[in-house]
Design a protein around this ligand. Structure first.
Ligand SMILES: [Cu+2]
Length: 131
């Protein structure tokens, strides 16, 4: 009787390990989903309130890319690529916003801006190069 109980314990343990392994494998397969590349654009670097850093970004044609806007400045800003209708809405100082951009299928150069009145004129403009 004791022996049977012992075998049951061993069997149960093996079963638990197998279940754990199957679980690990299935979570592995879900991580095979392709994540878009990510690019961070910051404002307010070194006290430059009205500037994007970097001011020029390059993406491949048809590339899907996650853009994170990190506002390190002291006032609210936004990030827009007007020609591509890409918008990260107004982001308060110290906050981040993000958007997923699918680049056009043909090469080209597009302005990105902060659309808050006066900010583009003050320097919040950059170039998105699709190549
Ligand atoms: Cu701004």
């Amino acid at each position: 009787m004791q022996n049977i109980n012992f075998k049951l314990v061993i069997f149960s343990s093996v079963l638990i390990v197998v279940i754990a392994l199957v679980g690990a494998c299935s979570s592995d397969s879900s991580s095979n989903v392709v994540q878009p590349n990510q690019l961070t654009i910051t404002s307010g670097v070194d006290g430059a309130e009205f500037a994007f850093d970097p001011a020029t970004i390059e993406v491949g044609v048809s590339e899907t890319i996650k853009i994170v806007f990190d506002n390190k400045g002291t006032i609210a800003h936004d990030f827009e690529v007007p020609d591509l209708e890409v918008v990260i809405a107004t982001t308060n100082a110290g906050n981040t916003g993000e958007v997923t951009l699918v680049a056009p299928s043909v090469p080209g150069t597009y302005d990105f801006i902060c659309s808050i009145p006066g900010h583009k004129e003050a320097g919040m403009v950059g170039k998105l190069i699709v190549k």
